[in-house]
Write a protein that binds this ligand. Structure first.
Ligand code: GAL
Length: 846
């Protein structure tokens, strides 16, 4: 008996020792984060868990790991976790614990950016809107009610993480946490209180005793021991505010976010890789892609004003979870090259020297003899050949070469060894068996949303109310209604001439109905000014203004106070000039939200749906509903809303977000091919000008059943839902790539064996691999070893071309999933002497 007890206790002790052994000690010093006593070079990427589904998380995390990430960075989204005060939600897309555990299972670390202000193009910057109504509150400053709420939520999250043993200090994956977010960018607007607030934030965070370091981003005055970190397109010039803190980059913007009405930003991977390589060249040891997977702003989570539903961000993993190539692959190669330098990087500061104008070498050399070098050409126009340690190196403009042994090039940021894999949407009608649009139309049912006041909770108020204060953001919609008597006043009723209704609004959309008919509408980011010609009748007239928000502001000092909705003036002017009536100061009737929202048309069944034809189309304010079968296969699904106007859509009761295919991008600023050389800006590389900003809206597979799915939409403007179609996003049946003789060999084949002379090392190789495991390369559409021109999809032969090009590539590739072709005259013969030649290939997989 006693023996048994003893055994039990010993076992318990062993178990405790084992558990304790898994606890990891995280600290930092001048060079790096230090994990269990060892400095680390870390590559991180942002994935925001509510911007995808739990079903997508494992695959996203796996693709991140395969891409060479060590850390997943995420914000924590307060508005999602505490939609009502003290009512928490950690379910579904908000299952933070599950997300962190999945990252842990994959063997990666987590950087948890609690904020709780997060910006992030998220509604209200991540703050729940109820916070605005806490008496006496002032956001993000030395204000007791705010600090109390911030501390309560931050504590809640830290406690939850501790309970689940998720901090590295407890054996979990979280190695770092963030408090606040880029407060330093805007703190001057908060005066002297800003300093007090930031000190308080730091000590509040520290008091939570997570056992791992904290950071503050863009906060030059971050108090010790908070690590101040850099955000931006480049951070190589950044230095932390103390020599005992490492140089860390928390947001390297991999692209930029999309706004409704804007063209689509993209960031060429050569520039992104250049920025990363420059950062590690200049002493950095931790950088994070913001975003690595951007995802989708489902529901009403997108920030504002006018942030689109897609949050694709031109990230290495696209909105749908597919690899964006060659972006993902080129960065993967970059990460491998950087990791080859790790021992030297963590050992010392770099020794920087000039190799000529715009040319710079950084050398990391350890006492034990390991050496890594980064050679940069920061010029934007001319390629250069530099001499370094007695060897010569070709450096394209705006590029960095990485030499993990100070001798051989493992990677150059401008020389891409990864194939482009264009993705495309395959169209499918709502019914798989097709059918004419008339037939489809008959399968839609509808409910008209009343124009003007229809709900019992409507209320009267003199004057115009600000929208967010009135709706508390329970809905995008607020009705402002007025009945007015026109007492035979000739100036407003003149035959042939109309009166003019003048409306000013803070946004983002306003529809004006006169006597139940849509008379005009407008939209804008911060200011809408409309002059709508209207017809009035003698006697009673109704003015119903529907004001609609499209995401609440998320950035800037006092972003919470910018407001929304119709602020006035609202006046009625006679067309001929002269008389004008002020409507703003009159008695208005208000209705928060729609009748159909109250009855729950999107989620619960209703007997009110009308299915008799004809289906009303191109009329404002209609709810539509249909059922559909899921597109076959397992590819990601999108709904193409072309044909509709603007609104919100739900699939099987899940909100897929706001749709607005009639929001057209401006005509200026787009480029077909953007020169990656030179400093990137958010509007440097744009596409899609003059086209709808977003027509395709992601429907996660896990929200679909094979058949009998319900699609409900609320259409504001008027459109034809029968034109809606599906797209399934297909990965590349095409592969293309151009590799020159001056490219480094594949980083996977890199060996530091110094006995192999540079000349006899592995030569450059063009590698292709069909992305789908069941596919093989079935045809070679183009192959040229020589001086081929153009880019993927439009390669042409140059003046020099080996006659063996096609046959060599065909022989190596056809019938296999992947192939490697050495880019050399040994394989292709010599088509033209004295010229650096390239091999360009376009292949099909099937
Ligand atoms: C940063 C901010 C992020 C995000 C980003 C733009 O300033 O910290 O949360 O808003 O800008 O995508």
């Amino acid at each position: 008996m006693v023996k048994g007890r003893k055994m039990e206790m010993i076992l318990l002790l062993i178990l405790q020792i084992m558990m304790a052994a898994t606890a990891v000690n995280v600290t930092y010093d001048h060079r790096a984060l230090v994990i269990d006593g060892k400095r680390k070079v870390l590559i991180s990427g942002s994935i925001h868990y509510p911007r995808s589904t739990p079903e997508m998380w494992p695959e996203l995390i796996k693709k991140s790991k395969d891409g060479g990430l060590d850390v997943i960075e995420t914000y924590v989204f307060w508005s999602g976790h505490e939609p009502e005060k003290n009512k928490y939600n950690f379910e579904g897309r908000y299952d933070l614990v599950k997300f962190v555990k999945l990252v842990e299972e994959a063997g990666l670390y987590v950087h948890l950016r609690i904020g709780p202000y997060v910006c992030a193009e998220w509604n209200y910057g991540g703050f729940p809107v109820w916070l605005h109504f806490v008496p006496g509150i002032k956001f993000r400053t030395d204000n007791e009610p705010f600090k109390e709420e911030m501390q309560r939520f931050t504590t809640k999250i830290v406690d939850l993480m501790k309970q689940e043993k998720l901090y590295a200090s407890q054996g979990g994956p979280i190695i770092l946490s963030q408090i606040e977010n880029e407060y330093g960018n805007i703190d001057s607007a908060y005066g002297a209180a800003a300093k007090i607030y930031i000190k308080w934030s730091a000590s509040m965070a520290l008091s939570l005793d997570t056992g791992v370091p904290w950071n503050m981003c863009q906060q030059a005055d971050a108090p010790d021991p908070m690590i101040n970190t850099c955000n931006g397109f480049y951070c190589d010039q950044f230095t932390p505010n103390s020599n005992s803190k490492p140089k860390m980059w928390t947001e390297n913007w991999s692209g930029w976010f999309l706004g409704f009405g804007d063209p689509s930003p993209y960031r060429p991977v050569e520039d992104l890789a250049f920025a990363v390589a420059r950062f590690y060249q200049r002493g950095g040891t931790f950088q994070n892609y913001y975003m690595y997977h951007g995802g989708t702003n489902f529901d009403r989570t997108s920030g504002g004003p006018l942030i689109s539903t897609s949050y694709d961000y031109d990230a290495p993993i696209d909105e749908y979870g597919l690899l964006r190539q060659p972006k993902w692959g080129h960065l993967r190669d970059l990460h491998k090259a950087i990791k080859l330098c790790e021992d030297a990087l963590i050992a010392t500061d770099p020794t920087i020297s000039s190799l000529g104008s715009n040319l710079e070498a950084a050398v990391y050399k350890t006492a034990s003899g390991s050496c890594a070098a980064f050679l940069a050409n920061v010029g934007t126009k001319s390629d250069a050949t530099v001499s370094f340690n007695g060897e010569s190196y070709h450096l394209p403009a705006w590029s960095v070469s990485i030499l993990p042994d100070c001798k051989n090039v493992a990677f150059n940021t401008a020389k891409i060894n990864s194939a482009t894999e264009p993705t495309a949407f395959a169209r499918q009608s709502l019914k798989p068996d097709g059918g004419s649009s008339a037939e489809l139309g008959s399968e839609w049912s509808y409910i008209k949303e009343p124009i003007g006041i229809s709900k019992a909770d409507a209320f009267l108020k003199p004057g115009l109310l600000e929208q967010i204060n009135t709706t508390a953001d329970k809905s995008d919609y607020l009705w402002y209604s007025l009945r007015m008597d026109i007492k035979g006043d000739e100036t407003f009723l003149d035959e042939g001439s109309k009166a003019v209704l003048h409306i000013e609004s803070l946004g983002q959309v306003v529809y004006a109905f006169i006597n139940g008919k849509l008379a005009g509408s407008g939209h804008g980011k911060q200011k809408i000014s409309l002059d709508i010609p209207i017809n009035l009748a003698a006697g009673k007239n109704t003015v119903d203004l529907l004001s609609v928000t499209v995401g609440l502001a998320n950035y800037g000092a006092f972003f919470d106070l910018v407001g929304a909705g119709i602020t006035g003036p609202v006046t009625l002017k006679s067309a001929k000039g002269g008389s004008s009536i002020d409507l703003a100061s009159q008695q208005w009737t208000y209705q928060v939200g729609l009748k159909g929202e109250d009855t729950g048309l999107a989620t619960v069944d209703s007997s009110e749906w009308v299915s008799k034809s004809p289906l009303p189309t191109k009329q404002p304010l209609i709810w539509y509903k249909t059922t559909f079968d899921a597109p076959s296969g397992s590819e990601p699904v999108a709904i193409d809303f072309t044909g509709t106007g603007k609104g919100i859509a739900w699939v099987n009761g899940q909100s897929i977000g706001r749709y607005w295919p009639t929001s057209i991008a401006g005509n200026g600023g787009c480029t077909d091919s953007c020169d990656y050389r030179g400093s990137y800006r958010a509007n440097k590389c744009l596409k899609n000008c003059g086209k709808p900003s977003q027509t395709l809206y992601h429907v996660p597979r896990s929200w679909l059943k094979p058949s009998g799915n319900t699609l409900v939409l609320f259409e504001e403007m008027g459109g034809d839902p029968t034109q809606i179609s599906f797209g399934t996003k297909q990965t590349g049946s095409n592969l293309c790539l151009m590799v020159s003789q001056s490219h480094p060999p594949p980083v996977d084949t890199w060996t530091s064996d110094s006995k192999i002379s540079n000349r006899n090392r592995t030569r450059p190789v063009l590698s292709l691999k069909c992305p789908v495991s069941t596919q093989v390369i079935s045809s070679i559409k183009f192959a040229s070893f020589g001086t081929p021109q153009g880019t993927c999809g439009s390669f042409t032969h140059g003046h020099c071309n080996s006659s063996r090009s096609l046959s060599v590539v065909q022989k190596a590739c056809i019938g296999s999933r992947s192939c490697n072709v050495e880019v050399s005259t040994r394989v292709f013969g010599e088509p033209c002497r004295g010229v650096i030649k390239s091999l360009a290939v376009e292949a099909s997989c099937s």
